[in-house]
Design a protein around this ligand. Structure first.
Ligand SMILES: Cc1cc2nc3c(=O)[nH]c(=O)nc-3n(C[C@H](O)[C@H](O)[C@H](O)COP(=O)(O)O)c2cc1C
Length: 173
């Protein structure tokens, strides 16, 4: 029998095409329970998860990010939902903690048949001139700032595994 953890790690991909099916409340509960089980420095849990299924809100974030990035298209890749992670800005290891829990969500999603893509591009909506408005729209707690988002949905396609770069590992003896 294979190792389910290693299999999920090996099979996860960034999914950039989604079916229109909604992510159910039960599925979100599974993802968010896994997210909250992630480790964090001094167990500070400096994250907050803003779950968005409202297409109008995703469209508004997309429009602002695209405007600020001077680009077009859908940074959410047509996903029916996204989880926005905001981070306690005073946390020494907050960004790393948020990254760890984001990958935990991605692996948990894969394990229940959902696809994800981690998204840094929405940052442009929160760091632009209307950043305060978007912080409030996404209900980030006071003192938090955008860390990363993760689009979630039923995959409508897949992709190849990313190539593994050589020479990234050194055994120091
Ligand atoms: C911090 C971070 C930010 C990312 N931002 C984006 C993004 O804004 N848009 C996107 O399509 N993919 C984004 N990605 C996905 C990467 O492009 C992807 O992980 C990488 O190409 C490897 O592919 P894989 O995830 O399928 O293995 C991001 C990934 C990480 C870890």
């Amino acid at each position: 029998m294979g190792n389910p953890v290693l299999t999920a790690i090996a099979e996860r991909r960034s999914i950039r095409a989604y079916k229109s099916d909604k992510v159910t409340r039960e599925q979100f509960d599974t993802l968010l329970k896994a997210a909250e089980e992630a480790p964090s420095a001094r167990n500070s849990q400096p994250w907050h998860f803003s779950v968005v299924q409202n297409p109008a809100i995703l469209a508004e974030v997309n429009a602002e990010a695209c405007k600020n990035l001077n680009r077009e298209g859908d940074i959410f890749h047509g996903a029916p939902a996204a989880i926005f992670l905001s981070c306690d800005a005073s946390s020494r290891w907050g960004r790393l903690d948020c990254g760890i829990t984001t990958q935990t969500i991605a692996l948990a999603a894969h394990s229940i048949g959902l696809g994800t893509v981690i998204l840094g591009l929405p940052d442009a909506a929160f760091t632009g001139s209307r950043g305060d408005y978007f912080n409030q729209l996404l209900k980030f707690p006071s003192g938090h700032s955008f860390a990363v988002a993760i689009a979630v949905g039923v995959p409508a396609g897949t992709k190849e595994a990313h190539p593994i770069e050589p020479d990234r590992i050194t055994f120091v003896e």
